[in-house]
Ligand binder design. Structure first.
Ligand SMILES: Nc1ncnc2c1ncn2[C@@H]1O[C@H](COP(=O)(O)OP(=O)(O)OP(=O)(O)O)[C@@H](O)[C@H]1O
Ligand SMILES: [Mg+2]
Length: 598
């Protein structure tokens, strides 16, 4: 195992060294930039202004010294200060423009990247959300995207300014004294080398940091949203310790990154210092020998000093790029995640209901282990099929397969003899109303929650759905009635109240296929009886699959299937199954006994 671990690390190293992903991410990033090419050109223009002004500053030193100080030229005394003012004005304007356009482009890229990510993530199948932790995904959209921005804006336009400054200043240096220039430039590449080697390390550390950050936000999400459990089990000290461990890990990684990044500047600075010392020694001796004017020498020296800043920044561009590429990998991995639940090329149109739903030798597994092992079921149009059986038997899984939250791994599911994989996913789901086992509501008004799947319902429709679900009365007791935000209620909603809101939401959708997964499990017997009545009215003329533990809920179903361990062990009507004295009879008896004692 140790050897394979090392092998993986080696592969990652090789991959990073050759930057395999670099190229194809490049295309993705360029496609993001393309939309902003106008502003990017403006930013480039402004950065050129900055670099021209910088070059001019270096050049102007020569006439200042030679004309004013050495030759005592009075016209130069008026002209040169004016020129200096003009140069700095240009530099100021340029750097404002560059900053503005660069950040505009960067922020726009962030916005579009976030939208693209959210757009993509929303369309991914349910399995993806069960695999990834919510907090990790949140960190992709909030944190990683920011790093990409700094790469695109700082690195792309900033490096243009730096490169053109370097070119301009180099030209002046060579113009002033080419022999001295050649000698000075031998030192520079030597200074560059360690910086690029460091860049590789930065990318690796940066990936680690972002991963740690994602884990941190996943951890926060879980322990805040599940805080009730933390408190109930007095696990605050444990969770605090876990959090402290995570921040320590992040801290260690960040410091490691700081050390590497901080090393680049001093290394460059040292070699720069060596270069400057050399210029002073060599140039000084030329001035003393009378081969160069002091102005030429000073201008040369100034340019060497001025070139230092863009070179240093450029060396950090590599770090920023490496960090950005690490973030790009994480962001585009999601954008490129293929969705296995896809629309067919030529979707089959669906007729309006009621429908016949048919499961034909359906096999399913979430991973290695088969959860459904050859399920054959038919729910005729307008009929009610009840699924009962032991916990973990696979009932909710069947409910998940009908709307294609997952695809079957064997067999097929048909609606009116059409495989559900042959119709458009949206078309399929529009025909199915679901009340899931967990009541999930969003932080919108009660009204919006009820109307969730149906655009623009009338007030009367909303109220009648709420009344049918026996939610109307308690909704009116809320501070703002139907306009109360779910978040405002906080944890005030009881399990049964939440369930009734979910039922109202399913009722108003008015779909021909109804799936009720323990829809009334949190209600007391009395409320359940009433809601059950409402549900029975709703089931009229629809094709219904109902899952329940409480046998009173399913006694009225047309057919009952008993699921044990992924298999149907019994099927029939309530009466038939009772008289058979098998699995159903056993369930019924335990229920009955439970009711007696309760
Ligand atoms: N997302 C998932 N990933 C992996 N395994 C899962 C997943 N969801 C369910 N399972 C497993 O599949 C099996 C069937 O689960 P399912 O939720 O269908 O049971 P159920 O019959 O609805 O049980 P209950 O009556 O308790 O709701 C269980 O063993 C469960 O652990
Ligand atoms: Mg279930």
């Amino acid at each position: 195992m140790d050897a394979s671990h090392r092998q993986i690390i080696r592969e990652i190293r090789v991959k990073h060294f050759f930057k395999i992903e670099f190229k194809n991410r490049h295309r993705q990033i360029l496609s993001l930039i393309k939309k902003n090419s106008g502003r990017l050109v403006m930013a480039a223009g402004c950065s050129l202004m900055v670099s021209v002004a910088t070059t001019a500053t270096g050049y102007l030193i020569k006439p200042v010294i030679d004309d004013i100080f050495v030759n005592r030229d009075t016209t130069g005394l008026v002209l040169l200060p004016l020129l200096v003012v003009a140069v700095f004005l240009i530099k100021g304007l340029g750097s404002y423009g560059q900053e503005y356009f660069m950040n505009y482009v960067g922020e726009d890229i962030i916005r579009r990247l976030r939208n693209r990510l959210y757009d993509r993530i929303q369309d991914l199948p349910l399995a993806f959300f069960q695999k990834e932790r919510t907090g990790t995904l949140m960190s992709r959209i909030t944190n990683d995207v920011n790093i990409l921005k700094s790469m695109v804006s700082t690195a792309v336009t900033g490096s243009l300014r730096d490169v053109s400054s370097i070119i301009g200043l180099t030209a002046v240096i060579f113009y002033q004294n080419w022999k001295m220039a050649i000698l000075a430039f031998i030192v520079l590449p030597v200074a560059f080398l360690p910086v690029f080697i460091l860049g590789q390390k930065v990318r690796r550390v940066s990936t680690g940091c972002q991963q740690a950050m994602a884990e941190l936000s996943a951890f926060l999400h879980e322990t805040f949203s599940g805080n009730k459990i933390v408190k109930a089990f007095s696990m605050e000290p444990h969770e605090k310790q876990r959090f402290f461990n995570q921040t320590r890990r992040l801290f260690t990684l960040e410091i490691k990154g700081v050390k590497i990044r901080a090393l680049a500047s001093p290394i460059m600075e040292f070699f720069g210092g060596v270069g400057i010392a050399f210029v002073i020694w060599y140039g000084g001796s030329e001035v003393i020998a009378g081969e160069t004017t002091p102005g030429t020498f000073m201008s040369f020296l100034a340019c060497v000093l001025l070139i230092y800043d863009p070179v240093r920044k450029l060396s950090q561009v590599n770090n920023t790029m490496q960090q950005g590429m690490a973030a790009a990998d994480r962001v585009f991995d999601i954008v490129e995640t293929p969705s296995d639940i896809q629309d067919p090329a030529a979707p089959h149109p669906m007729a309006s209901g009621p429908h016949t739903v048919c499961l034909d030798k359906v096999h399913f597994s979430y991973g290695d282990q088969d959860v459904l092992k050859g399920i054959d079921l038919t729910v005729d149009h307008g009929r009610v099929l009840a699924l009962v059986g032991m916990s973990g038997g696979g009932k909710s899984t069947i409910a998940n397969l009908i709307p294609r939250f997952y695809d079957v791994t064997g067999g097929r599911i048909c609606i009116d003899d059409v495989d559900i994989r042959d119709v458009a996913v949206a078309d399929l789901r529009r025909r199915i109303s679901i009340v899931t086992q967990e009541p999930i509501l969003f932080n919108e008004t009660v009204r919006d929650n009820i109307a969730y799947g149906r655009p623009g319902p009338t007030e009367a429709q909303i109220v009648s759905a709420a009344k049918a679900a026996f939610a109307h009365d308690f909704i009116l007791r809320f501070p703002n009635g139907y306009d109360t935000m779910i978040g405002e209620l906080g944890g005030r909603l009881s399990g049964g109240e939440k369930q009734r809101l979910c039922i109202a939401r399913a009722l108003i959708k008015d779909a021909p296929i109804l799936i009720l997964d323990e829809a009334t499990s949190s209600l007391d017997s009395e409320a359940e009886a009433v809601v059950q009545k409402a549900l029975e009215n709703l089931m009229q003329g629809r094709t219904t699959v109902v899952i329940a533990h409480r046998l009173s809920t399913i006694a009225g179903a047309d057919r009952i299937a008993v699921i044990v361990d992924g298999n149907i062990v019994e099927e029939g009507t309530h009466k038939e199954l009772l008289s058979r004295k098998g699995e159903y009879h056993k369930l019924y008896m335990t229920q009955y006994a439970g009711n007696l004692s309760g």
